[in-house]
Design a protein around this ligand. Structure first.
Ligand code: PRP
Length: 182
């Protein structure tokens, strides 16, 4: 087996760029929610790195929770069917909620999650995504906070996987096509 980083075609967004942008997003959220007590919901597993780094840049009262939702099989192409595998524990009625995602792709996952959470009557729901791939959008959904707009390439790292691997790369990279066409 090759070393993990040998499977990366190119670095799309470096560690430094991610760090700088996450700081800006945290500052923006801190300003927008000044004086509030928010609930930040991470959609696992992809958002794990972004969530951990973003939270440390947010300076308002915050509770955190986690949700597991799956829309993809182990391959490259989305099946489109969203499944709720683990719900949040916190009550969110009347609360201001921020959903944290690693990527907004077809939008089917976030569309489903937003509807699902709205049913609990929160005061507001905002979406904060590290990456946005608008070219691939199928559902009518947009993010309120976007880290980076990315082209339609197979992105991995900083939480994003291919077949559950590469999440531990510290940057966002593009996977070599030979890896998934093998
Ligand atoms: C990925 C990603 C988003 C979703 C985006 O999750 O984390 O949740 O797909 O795709 P969409 O906009 O086309 O719905 P995945 O199901 O691969 O799970 P993971 O976070 O555990 O990698």
């Amino acid at each position: 087996m090759s070393e993990m980083r040998e499977d990366v075609l190119k670095v799309l967004i470096s560690e430094e760029e991610i760090k700088r942008r996450v700081k800006e997003l945290g500052k923006q959220i801190t300003e927008d929610f000044a004086g509030k007590d928010i609930v930040v919901v991470s959609v696992l597993k992809g958002s794990v790195m972004f969530m951990a780094d973003l939270l440390r840049e947010i300076d308002v009262h915050t509770e955190i929770d986690f949700m597991v939702c799956s829309s993809y099989g182990s391959g490259v192409v989305s099946t489109g069917a969203v499944k709720m595998l683990k719900d949040i524990f916190l009550p969110i009625e009347g609360r201001d909620v921020i959903i944290v995602e690693d990527i907004l792709d077809t939008g089917k996952t976030l569309h489903y999650i937003k509807d699902y959470l709205w049913a609990r009557k929160p005061n507001s729901i905002q979406i904060c995504t590290l990456l946005d791939k608008p070219e691939r959008r199928q559902a009518d959904i947009n993010a309120d906070y976007i880290g980076f707009v990315v082209p339609d390439e197979f992105v991995i790292g900083y939480g994003l996987d291919y077949d559950e691997h590469y999440r531990n790369l510290p940057y966002i990279g593009v996977l070599k096509p030979s890896v998934y066409s093998e």
